[in-house]
Write a protein that binds this ligand. Structure first.
Ligand code: ADP
Ligand code: MG
Length: 245
């Protein structure tokens, strides 16, 4: 169990109209922990990520990031977004800016770094995700896997305390999935705190400390990958696994 909690959700509830999309969610992610979230389409996985980053409001419950309650709005929210980075299925890079400029942009605007310092940091991060040679290209000149690695470098450029990944490889051709997962495995080994929504069960088995299984807006199981994959307890999880494995 998490001894040093970085992300805490206590009794979180959210509706979209009549749909109770998050039902009494309790989840703690410890510093340095990798939690993989899996579950059927529509079970609330993306909404869960978005509430942690305050892209969605909640109706009840509490979310605490590194000991501080999630701010409602204003400056605190910008700080939070810099502390908890998010990587989406669609990479959302600026098409008319170079790879380097994409990674530097938020450092200039949010972190108020000098251009020289931001660009130096961006080059370090591009090196780290294996894209040093592509800094001056436009996103469209890169493959999908490369673009997603740029998006990861961009998130890292904020020096986040944690990273949320929402199906980061779902939009990629199969041959590009591994290069992105490998960057994520490396981050995990380096101690980055990560919440990863994915259908990549190999990644869940090899990189996750815990697997959280969601169905119908609830966390149904929250266990080690070994326990979850070898002996799922709930009918929902058994059914889910029988369809994907
Ligand atoms: P998942 O990521 O597990 O597929 P989501 O969190 O995206 O699930 O969605 C959970 C449910 O909430 C789905 O039924 C979806 O249609 C609904 N939903 C998601 N976003 C919205 C929204 N902005 N407005 C209304 N319904 C939404
Ligand atoms: Mg989703």
């Amino acid at each position: 169990m998490a001894v040093d909690p970085l992300i805490e959700l206590h009794g979180v509830n959210k509706h979209f109209g009549k749909l109770h999309v998050l039902q009494d969610i309790n989840l703690t992610v410890g510093r340095g922990e990798v939690v993989v979230v899996i579950g059927p389409s529509g079970s609330g996985k993306s909404t869960l990520c978005r509430t942690i980053n305050r892209l969605e409001t909640i109706e009840s419950g509490r979310i605490v990031i590194d000991g501080r309650p999630l701010p409602e709005e204003g400056k605190g929210l910008a700080r939070l977004r810099a502390e908890v980075g998010m990587v989406f299925q669609s990479f959302n890079l600026f098409a008319h800016k170079t790879v380097l400029a994409n990674v530097s942009l938020a450092q200039l605007k949010v972190r108020k770094r000098k251009k020289e310092d931001a660009d130096r940091r961006s080059r370090e991060l591009l090196e780290r995700v294996g894209l040093a040679a592509h800094a001056d290209k436009l996103p469209a000149q890169l493959s999908g896997g490369q673009q997603q690695r740029v998006a990861i470098a961009r998130a890292l450029a904020m020096d986040p305390k944690a990273l949320l990944f929402d199906e980061p490889t779902s939009a990629l051709d199969p041959e590009m999935i591994n290069e992105v997962l490998e960057v994520m495995r490396q981050l995990a080994r380096e101690g980055m705190t990560m919440v990863v929504v994915t259908h990549e069960m190999g990644f869940a088995r090899s990189a996750a400390n815990r697997v959280v299984f969601m169905a119908d807006g609830r966390i149904v199981e929250d266990r080690t990958p070994e326990d979850f994959f070898t002996a799922p307890e709930s009918e929902r999880a058994k059914d889910f696994l029988s369809k994907i494995l």
